[in-house]
Each structure stands twice: as C-alpha cells, then as structure tokens.
Design a binder for this molecule. Sequence first.
Ligand code: BG6
Length: 513
Amino acid sequence: MATTEIKIPTEQIQAAVKRKERVPAPTVVVIFGASGDLTKRKLLPALFHLEQGDLLPQEFGMIGVARRDLTATFADDMKDGIVEFGGATPDNPKLAGFIEKVSYHPMNFDDDTGYEKLKEHLVAFDTKYGVKCNRLFYLAVAPEYFSGILHFLGRHGMAKSENSHVRVIIEKPFGHDLESARILNADVNQVLDEDQIFRIDHYLGKETVQNILVFRFANGIFEPIWNRNYIDHIQITAAESIGIEGRGPFYEKAGALRDVMQNHMMELLSFVCMEPPVSFEAAAVRHEKVKVWKAIQSIQMDDAVRGQYGPGEINGKAVKGYRQEDRVDPNSQTETFVALKLGIENWRWAGVPIYLRTGKRLAKRETEITIQFKQPPMLLFGGNTSGPCSDIQPNLITMRIQPDEGISLRFGAKVPSPDMTVCPVDMNFQYSTAFGTNSANGYERLLLDAMLGDATLFAHRDGVEATWTLMTPVLQAWANAKPADFPNYAGGSWGPQCAEELIGRDGRRWNNV
Ligand code: BG6
C-alpha cells in the first residue's frame, strides 16, 4: 500500500485556525441541562479548546443551568471534564482563567422567578464587561422541555434584544417523527426568528465531514466522474462498538433510525450527493441539501431492515445484549441497528443505489463512506487466472470519517511478475500524517459558528422536515409489525443477516474492513 507523506507545516495550520475575523463579539453562553454528560464531556472541553486557540472573546461568560443546586461544585467539575475529555493538563495556564468565567444557576425550567434571576445573572456579565453581550442559549435538555424553555425566555424578555444577538442552539432529537417536528418548528418559530435558531448535528462539526465538500468541490478531478455514468453504488456505514452507555430510557424511545439515521446519516448522504452550492453560505448549502432529500424516492419496506443486539464479545470482552441493559424492557422491540437502500431520482444519481447502515455493538467503531465505481470491460486482463491476485476489483474511494480519519483510493496495479496479474492497491491520505492529530470533537466549530451567527453547518427546518418525511413511513410500518426475531445479531458482529441480504440480493456486499 502506498502512503502519501505530505506534511503540512505547523505554522501554516495555526495561521489558518487563528484568523482573527473568526473571533466572536462579547458573548455569554447559557447551557440548559448543564448537569448532563454532554456539558462535561463535549461542550466545556470544546469551549476550552476555542479559548486555547484564542478564538473566544475576552468578554466571555458561561452559565450552567439545571435543576439540582450544583453551585458549589460546578466549576471544579467542569475543570475535571476539560482535563479528562478535553486533554488539558490541570496546570494549563489558560485553564484557571477560563474556569473563572464559568458559573452556575440552579432553577426549575418552569419557574418564573428562576428566569428573572437568570436575567440578572446575564446583566451582571454585561455590567462586568461594560458592554451588552450577545447571548447564546444551548438547550441540552430532553426534547419535551425545548418549547417550554423558549416560551419562558420569551416571556421574560430574553429571546430578543435590540442591540445584541440572541441565538439558540437546539440539540437533537428535533422531533420524533414528521408531525412532532412540524409542531416543534412552529412552536419555536413563535418565539424566535429562523435566523436565531441553530439546530445542531455534531456530525457537521467534524472536520472529515466538511472535507467531503472540499474533496468534491475544491478538486477538479473528482466532480466530472461523481455521477451515475461512473458510479456503481455508494455505501455509508456508521458502526459503533459501544452499546447504549446507560441511556436506556432515551434509547428505548429512540432506536437507531431516529437516533442516528434520520440525522447524522442523512447529513452525510446530502454532502456526498448534493450539487455544488453557489457559495458556502447557509442558505445556499441548506438549499442543495434539501434538494437531495426531496429527490429520494419513498423507501420501500423491503429496502429497510432492522436489528437488535444480543449478548456477544467485543475486543475479547463479553458484552450484554440490549435487553439485558440497565433500564431496558427485557422484551424490548427497539432497533439498535438499521440498514436502508435508497435511490435518488435526479439527473446525477438515478439508478445508483445507496446503502446505509448504522448500529450499536458492532465489530468496531467506524464511520465511512465508500464510492464504488463501475468496472471497465475486463477483456484485456480478465482472462488471467494464474497470478496471485487475479481478481480485478472495482475502483473505490473511501472516506474515513472516524477513527483513522482520511481518504483512500483503490485501483488495480500490475504485480511485478512476468505475466499480467493485476492486484488492488490503496493510495492513502491520513489526517494524522498530513496535519498532526486533531483533538477537536466537532462541537468546537459549531459553537464558534453559532456565536458568529453562521448557520451553514446547522439544520434548517425544511431539512428536518424533509428527512422526517422519509423516515416516518418506515417508523410507522415498523411500529405496526413487531419484529419476530429480536435479538437478531450478536454483539461484536457486523449486524443481522437481513442486512447482508439487503445488499446481497443486488449482487453486492458491504465493505467491512
Ligand atoms: C449521537 C447519538 O447523536 O451520536 C449516539 O445519540 C451516538 O447514540 C453518537 O453514539 C455518535 O456520535 P460520534 O461522534 O461518536 O460518532
């Protein structure tokens, strides 16, 4: 295997990261649901990475909001999170200064007094900095609280501001089907204008996901062949080896289709398949994405399969089945795996099948996209069966989203020998080799963009409704036809047999590495 050895000079990378126009105006970030895991594991480490990169304004504040009174311990707990999950050392000179800007505000989400006090807390930051700070509210709470919190913010005059920006990040899941997403969108729009709303999908913050667009549209050689004339089919896999990580009650209601397929996988699909936007601005990018989702034919029920993991073994360790997980119904019918076959009915993609699969407790953690090209006529070499590797394989472009981020191109090469034996080889680009390791978790970029008011990498209401339009009939059909064979795959495998059959009946197979 040939490996590229391009190494980008560190100064060049730092210069790209520290472009000063990317530093937001004075801002206070308010995280609702701050006692949850997301704040400690992802959000605070991400904010601290921004601080380390000089990408936060001097006048910055963060207020954690949750019901429990954690005032005495919150800042220390966040510091521990930044060290444990953000890779900072406890004596990092910037950490102490950053933690001083972190505060806590206990309140019930339906308590008027709590909101009045929160307002005072926010005004205290304005007074301290002598400037009216922008406010970024982050709703990291269960979806049933979204509307309520927004209405209270509106009622207490915190949803709009004359001379500063108020923006709101809403975590997924954004609705649980088409109808609930529409209701939620309408509800949110009663309080906020669309340009204040940032529906987050952390996959869009991943460098490798954004790189799909760079790969396609900043290079001249791929776009001409990125269509049905050259491409045989596309596979997108988001495999996780972890289980549900103690999130039983959430996952029981969600399942793999709602948790990952409707959002992360659909975002990946849109980046791979969209037309070039006229600019990298929110409206242009979102418009092209929605066009892709709207061109997808409605999913046939025999093109959608589901699975649930039973007990198994991963990395030599025994793992429980889904039904044995904490706070999960022992007869649960929730799917932990889903595979779909889709078709996009437009000029670029008609006739190119797209296979998607995602699941928990699979053999390994791996998110990747494979573009498989049509094979040329093999007359010239096909007759050779004598060599060590006479099986000629199609060209593949593989985009490795995570881990081992990179892109590879597979092609056939002549094996050095007296005859014409062809063997597949890979040309490989690795982020770690070219750019050094990247500790960003996806939230850095998105938090920064939201502070700057750039919604390009956030979901729009039309997009959310378009993806739910696709998924809701499958959800309904599955709700009416209980699976008879759950659990149908062992933890540590590549999923249920029905997923192999889904792709196998077209004479293809999943690219498991
Ligand atoms: C979340 C899902 O949105 O994405 C989780 O709720 C899933 O169930 C996670 O594990 C996957 O994200 P990542 O970044 O680890 O691939």
